[in-house]
Design a protein around this ligand. Structure first.
Ligand code: GDP
Ligand code: MG
Length: 290
């Protein structure tokens, strides 16, 4: 959506126009939908603003919208425990940035937990070169990786990784997955299988979390993706990738309102340092900025 006028600017233009009330709310609805806020969130926001508009000026309306958008947003917490084994599974459709951001998380925890022992599990066995891509990250980062060849059983890779980390006393397993299978049913079946293996192996001894990676440039389709993964295995936190190249969409708002999913991090580039903790205030301010 590059080249398009920013949402915040169009919003202020709309707020400063005179015109008919009904036209105003219709255009506001269009604007909110285009900003990926989703139909139900848009309706709720417009209803709220409709009730409160009379007494407000332009910046007052932006401020009211800011408060409405912020309502309920909070940074996701994984509550990992450095005293125990933690298994973090990365989910998301093909190309969203799972592998890249998994590697950034490995770097993050190398710094946070220097003594932990971090292990990568090459659970994307579907796509050719996916194992190689993760192996390259492991080498660069200086962390261990458990891998098998393309086409092997992803569940077996994850099984090996967890049992290996348990026997070595490593505290963090970051497991990659394939975002694409021959069809949707295959993908869900594979994820359920991996999920079952992890649950069986970790029990109450370990912390098990699932991060859904959403591509910031995706727009409305992100909600459907999140529904798929959340229904299949449950999602604990969202990582919004490619925030650096996105049109600053509002997709995190419907993810929270409709599915109860909170974002924990923003991916802001392709290098290891390009991972930021999610701040609702900064995110909403950025969305509304003129
Ligand atoms: N600009 C930008 N590119 C990213 C980001 N995260 C991932 N990418 C790129 O997106 C592409 C797909 O990433 P990859 O991790 O292979 O996706 P996967 O298929 O989900 O594992 C690669 O070219 C990455 O470098 C990000 O936060 N910002
Ligand atoms: Mg990948």
């Amino acid at each position: 959506m590059a080249g398009k006028k920013r949402f915040g600017l169009r919003l202020r233009e709309l707020f400063s126009l005179g015109g008919q009330e009904d036209d105003f709310y219709e255009e506001l609805e269009d604007l909110l939908i285009e900003a990926d806020l989703g139909a139900s969130v848009t309706m709720a926001l417009v209803d709220h603003l409709r009730e409160s508009r009379r007494s407000r000026d332009r910046e007052g309306l932006v401020q009211a919208l800011r408060e409405l958008l912020l309502d309920g947003l909070a940074p996701a917490e994984l509550n990992l425990d450095p005293q125990r084994l933690n298994v973090v599974l990365f989910l998301g459709v093909n190309g969203v940035g799972k592998t890249t951001n998994l590697a950034k998380c490995a770097r993050w925890y190398q710094r946070e937990w220097p003594q932990a022992g971090i292990l990568l599990a090459a659970g994307d066995t579907f796509r050719a070169a996916a194992v190689e891509q993760l192996s390259l990250h492991a080498e660069r980062l200086g962390v261990r990786i458990v891998r098998q060849g393309t086409g092997s059983d992803a569940g077996a890779v994850v099984y090996d990784a967890i049992t290996s980390a348990q026997s070595r006393g490593e505290r963090l397993v970051l497991a990659d997955t394939a975002g694409r299978m021959h069809n949707r049913a295959d993908l869900v079946r594979e994820l359920e299988k991996i999920h079952g293996i992890i649950r069986k192996l970790t029990g109450s001894e370990a912390v098990y979390r699932k991060i859904l990676v959403i591509d910031g440039t995706t727009g409305q389709n992100a909600l459907r993706q999140a529904e798929l993964f959340h229904e299949a295995v449950g999602v604990d936190a969202v990582l919004l990738s490619k925030y650096d190249s996105s049109a600053r969409g509002g997709v995190l708002v419907p993810l929270q309102r409709s599915l109860g999913l909170q974002c924990g991090w923003l991916g802001t580039g392709e290098s290891y340092e390009d991972l930021r903790r999610f701040s609702p205030e900064a995110y909403v301010d950025d969305l509304l900025a003129p």
